[in-house]
Design a protein around this ligand. Sequence first.
Ligand code: PHB
Length: 391
Amino acid sequence: MTFSRRAFLGAAASSALLPRRLFAASGAKLKVGLLLPYSGTYAALGHNITDGMKLAASEHGGKLGGREIEWKAVDDESDPAKAPANVNKLIAGEKVDILTGPVHSGVAMAMMQIVRQENVLTIVTNAGAQAVTGTLCAPHVFRTSFSNWQVSYPCAEVMVKAGHKKAALMFWNYSFGQESMAAFKEGYSKAGGTVVKEIAVPFPSTEFQANLSEIAALKPDAVFVFFAGAGAAKFVKDYADAGLQQKVPLYGSGFLTEGVLAAQGGAADGIRTTLHYADALDNPANKKFREAFKKATGRDADVYAVAGYDAVNALAQALDKVKGDTGAQKELIAALEATRLDSPRGRFRFSKAHNPVQDIYLRQVKGGKEMVLGVAMKDADDPATGCKLGK
Ligand code: PHB
C-alpha cells in the first residue's frame, strides 16, 4: 500500500493514530467533503444530494461510527476546469476524511485523477461517467448513484419494442451525454433500431429551438435525449412548444424529468424514461424516505436525494464496523463492499467495481405524475469495462 503525503498528514492531523476503541471517544469530528454544484443548471441537484445526506445523518443522530459529522461543502459550479482546485480545497485545505460528489461527469473525471493519487475515501453521489467504476476504478472509490450505461442502454430495447425503429438523439455534448448516447446506440442497433440523426448541444446551453425544427422536419419515430436539471425543464417545454409532444414520442434517461416535473407541467405528459428510481416505487423504505425528506426540506425527494441518502447510510454501516476509524482504510473498504441497504430504490449492494447493482425501471409521466410501468432491466450490473477490482 502506498503511504501518501495526505494519509501521513491526515493521520497526524485527525488523530487517526489513536487506538481504535478510543477513536470515537476522542471527540475527533468526521470531516465529510461535498463537491457539488450549488449554482448553475445543476444547482437543484446539488442541494437535493446534500439534503438527502443530511437527512440520513440526522437519522443516525448526526454521527457516523460514533463521530460527529462536520460538513465541508464547495460549489463546483459543474465546471471541470475548476475541479482540480476545488478538490484540493477539500483534500489538502480542509483535510476531509471522506470526499463525496460530484454531479457532473467532467468534474468527476478530474476528481478521480486526484483521489487516486491521494488515496482519500470517495463516494460518488451522482456523476455517471463510466471510468469512475471502469478504467479509473479504485479500491477506495464507491458510487451510490448509477453508471451511464445502466440508465441509457435499457431504454433502447424499450423503444424498439414500442415500434420506434428510427430515432433521433439530442444531448449535452460532454462526457455524460456522449457516453449515454454510445450506450443507447449499442442497445438500439442490437435491438434492430437505426439512429437517423445525432444533435450535440454545448453544455449548459438551452438554445434548443433550431434543433427542434430540424427534428420536426426529419420526422423520426422517436427521440432519445440527455438533459437534466434546469436545462431539462426548458427542453421539455420547448419540445412541446415546437409541436412535437403529440407527434414524436420523447424518451431519455430519467434525469429528463427528475426534480423538474412540476416546472415542466403538462409538457412532460407522455415522456417515457429509464432510471433506477421513481417517486412512486411502492416499498416501505421509499415511503418513509419521501415523507421525511418532505418534512425536513419542504421539497419533494428525487433520484439525487436518494443517492445522497444512500451514501450516508452506507457510510453509517461501514463506519460502525470500524468504530469510526477512517485510518483503518482496508477494513473500511471491506465493510463498504459488504453493505446491504434497504434503499428507497429497492435493495442495494455494490458490484465488484463498487457501482450499485440495481433494477432499472421504465417510467412514464401521466397527469403530472411519474408512473412506474415496470422493470426495464432486472439487477442491472454495469459491465465495468477496464476495471480489475475483484478479478
Ligand atoms: C453527469 O454529468 O454524470 C450527470 C449530470 C446530471 C444528471 C445525470 C448525470 O442528472
